[in-house]
Design a protein around this ligand. Sequence first.
Ligand code: HEC
Length: 120
Amino acid sequence: MRFILLVFLTFTSILAETSYEKGKNLYISHACYSCHGHKLEGIHRYPRLANRAKGYMSYKLKHFREGKADSQQQEMMITFAVDLSDEDIDNLTTYFIDYVDVENAESYDDSYENYGDGGS
Ligand code: HEC
């Protein structure tokens, strides 16, 4: 019984994967980080992808998927885009626009209340 419950829970958590998580997994499994960086920050001449406009990023990926590139440098991307489905592109671009650098994200301590002071 416990096993069945565990399987059920694992299954529902897989099904509940968000678009952001799917995009993140695709980004990792397709090794996009090797050029665009683990934090989507871009490396050398490879562009940054973090928090960039979803519409523009989808347009670019679909453009590359069709085997089109505007420069020799961009031709590199064709190989990485050919296998992407519309859904993959949707998930990837959600990951880009919503990207949060968890390690450096600001967290605030809600045990500290600062209201009421500084009223002079
Ligand atoms: C071998 C290196 C390399 C890998 C791996 C790679 N890219 Fe790129 N990517 C590039 C280059 C080069 C460009 C074009 C830069 C330019 O416009 O000059 C580019 C451009 C892009 C752009 C357009 C950005 C812009 O500013 O126009 C997107 C979006 C993108 N890549 C997504 C991805 C995704 C998603 C993956 C993984 C599936 C990936 N890339 C893997 C090298 C790479």
